[in-house]
Design a protein around this ligand. Structure first.
Ligand code: ADP
Ligand code: ZN
Length: 664
């Protein structure tokens, strides 16, 4: 890791020196070494007549300054105030230069005693005091302007220099490349995350052989977004991409862009991309992009964070600015893709979303494998057991466990790390985690498994429900468990399809009620979606009996008038209630019909934490309705439907809200 600075003419010193010079002139320059006394014109003439005066200078403003002779100073200044090191002078304003001239001429003539009263010189100086006057009047402004320019230069990140407040506009990105990283990270260091790895492998290919793609007219992607909870290896994955492609890697956190000063964020973005362009092909990694990429305020009068918005705008500009073939690929990481500004996710920017989830049982095993490689273990260590003991742990947590276990063993002066050391480490980490991460108890795990198995069972037996791809009980974002479905592509949705989907979504809650006999907040998200969908069906699509063929859709967003009567509102409510109750009963009936299969499914889910369509097929047999998505199914690269299409009411999936959604 090294700061990237280029040797460059450094303006900082120029400014500092200029400022010091001005200051010193201001403070010590000019007449300050002289002792000056202002006197009346009549006294001035008097002093000349008495012969105290050595030389006189008259400036264009009609001010006369005169140095006193050394031995005469005491007549003018109080004796105790005379400074022997400086010269004493008097100043006055003369009325008319002509008169003064004549007077001096007179004084130069010998008097009645033959004594010349003024034998010094008289100088008229046009530019008298010009420089110092100028500096006195303009100097402060110059200082202010220079200071201002200096600040602006810093802001725009123009000049070099290292560290300190002089560098607020610099990007502060960390650069990792061949010269400064001891060992490149490769995909071998990333355990599990096969799906994500598969997707980023493409990026590696782009970086390695851009020609293959560009020759065919293809465009290389500019950005990819890694979405997942903290510690799941997003940074690691981005580094591995750089390591595999053997290109430099710039790393920066979104929060680094956000500073107190206005304009700093934007200039840091500019600086980052300037550096990246110099090193292209390369990878720019922006961690926590939500710090800058949060959706911009919709209502300008509410006031927003202008600084963040200008930073975001700059980022968008930069991403649009470099060509697709320039070899810079921006990889960003976040754990909340839903709060990002839509503009960031548009084509040509971060149009690829790659999900990096918490590891399941087998993945945890693999991660333990990676982090145990450098450790000295004794034969009691059982990786299987450890992986089963750590549901909900992220890759970083597991790395932590391994390290902690080594420390515990070292404290006891052991030769090798044993099983108990690992178990103690896990306990310790769980203690520290409890508040941060969701670590599931066995009971919770079972409850979630029953819930998710409910979704899976019902969708298996309903003709129109979307085919299932995968179900997990690994916590995922705000959700505890999730099910993935392959949404069928369709432009219109029939009532039967919508009702089947509704039934499948209600399957989670239905399973809780019929099997556990206790319902939980785990189904809140399901219920919300079902309710919204039912209202849409009744009020907008005219799909209920009582209000058939009526659409009360009102596209005026802020209209407070409902386009229907109070009575209709009641009818809508009761129709919605009826519709949901019917589907709920249907779900319960289906579940009791397939009780054994459901229980078995839940059991496998607790054990393996993920199940795929194949597992469900083994239990229930082939799905009676072969769907046209079946082929895509095999390839196993489908994206989770639930999160990708939040606006689309027809995309069902059991994505369950956490027990305490209020935290969000
Ligand atoms: P994120 O960027 O997602 O917050 P990091 O990539 O910084 O997480 O991961 C932190 C550390 O956790 C890594 O340095 C690595 O040691 C460990 N880690 C996380 N995920 C994995 C994984 N899949 N395989 C191996 N180690 C991992
Ligand atoms: Zn659910």
């Amino acid at each position: 890791m090294a700061k990237i600075t280029k040797p460059k003419f450094n303006f900082t010193w120029f400014y500092i020196v200029a400022g010091c010079v001005l200051l010193s002139i201001y403070m010590f320059g000019g007449e300050n070494t002289n002792q000056v006394k202002e006197v009346k014109y009549s006294d001035f003439r008097d002093y000349i007549a008495k012969g105290y005066i050595e030389d006189i200078t008259v400036n264009e403003k009609g001010e006369a300054e005169a140095f006193l002779k050394k031995d005469s100073a005491a007549y003018v200044f109080p004796a105790e105030r005379i400074d022997a090191l400086s010269r004493q002078m008097i100043v006055t304003t003369i009325g008319s230069a002509d008169n003064f001239d004549n007077y001096i001429f007179e004084m130069k003539q010998p008097d009645e005693n033959g004594k010349v009263r003024f034998d010094g010189t008289l100088t008229y100086r046009k530019d008298e005091g010009f420089l110092s006057n100028f500096l006195w009047s303009v100097g402060p402004f110059i200082l202010i302007i220079i200071f201002w320019m200096f600040i602006m230069r810093r802001m725009s990140g123009g000049a070099g220099g290292q560290g300190g407040v002089f560098n607020v506009g610099k990007s502060q990105a960390k650069l990792f490349d061949k010269s400064n990283s001891t060992q490149a990270i490769t995909f071998k260091d990333v355990a599990g995350q096969e799906g994500a790895k598969q997707e980023v492998k493409e990026i590696v290919d782009f970086l390695k052989n851009p020609k293959i793609y560009t020759e065919l007219g293809g465009k290389i992607p500019k950005g990819a977004l890694l979405v997942g909870p903290p510690g799941t290896g997003k940074t690691l994955l981005a580094k591995a991409v750089a390591g595999e492609a053997n290109v430099p890697f710039f790393s920066m956190s979104g929060s680094d862009f956000v500073e107190m000063f206005v304009g700093v964020g934007a200039s840091r973005v500019r600086d980052l991309f300037r550096q990246a362009k110099e090193k292209a092909p390369c990878i720019v990694f922006i961690d926590e992009i939500d710090a800058v990429g949060r959706a911009r305020g919709k209502n300008p009068s509410m006031g927003g964070n202008d600084e963040r918005e200008s930073t975001l705008n700059q980022l968008l500009t930069e991403m649009d600015g470099f060509g697709t073939n320039s070899g810079i690929i921006v990889i960003a990481a976040t754990n909340r893709a839903d709060i990002l500004d839509k503009a960031l996710l548009r084509a040509g920017r971060f149009d690829r979303q790659i999900h990096v989830d918490l590891p399941d049982l087998n993945e945890r095993k693999a991660i333990f494998g990676v982090h145990m490689r450098p450790l000295k273990l004794d034969p009691t260590v059982d990786v299987d057991l450890l992986s089963r003991q750590t549901p909900g742990f992220s890759g970083a947590d597991i790395a932590n466990v391994c390290n902690e276990a080594a420390l515990i063993a070292a404290r006891q002066h052991k030769k090798a790390i044993g099983k108990q050391d690992f178990l103690d480490a896990i306990d310790r980490i769980i203690g520290g985690l409890e508040k941060k991460t969701k670590v599931l108890t066995q009971k919770e795990k079972e409850a979630i498994a029953i819930h998710e198995a409910g979704h899976a069972t019902i969708s298996w037996f309903l003709e129109h429900a979307n085919p299932l791809i995968k179900v997990t009980i690994v916590p995922r974002g705000r959700a505890l468990g999730a099910a993935w479905y392959m949404p069928e592509e369709r432009q219109i949705t029939t009532k039967e399809q919508m009702l089947d989907e509704m039934c499948a979504i209600l399957g989670g809650r239905a399973a809780e009620e019929t099997v556990i006999g206790q319902i939980s907040t785990g189904a809140m998200n399901d219920l919300e979606r079902v309710t919204k969908q039912a209202y849409a069906m009744v009020a907008y699509a005219g799909m209920s009996e009582k209000l058939s063929n009526l659409c009360y859709y009102n596209n005026q967003e802020y209209s407070f008038n409902r386009p229907y009567s109070e009575k209709t509102a009641e009818a809508i409510d009761s129709e919605v209630h009826k519709m949901i109750t019917e589907q709920y009963e249907r779900a319960k009936a289906l579940l009791s019909e397939h009780r054994e299969g459901h229980a078995e499914l839940a059991k496998i889910l607790v054990e393996k934490e993920v199940i795929f369509a194949e597992d469900v097929e083994k239990i229930f047999g082939k799905r009676p309705w072969a769907s046209r998505s079946e082929e895509i199914f095999e390839s196993n690269t489908a994206a989770p439907a639930a999160e990708e299409t939040p606006e689309e009411p027809a995309a069902p999936a059991g994505n369950d809200t956490a027990v305490t959604p209020a935290n969000e």
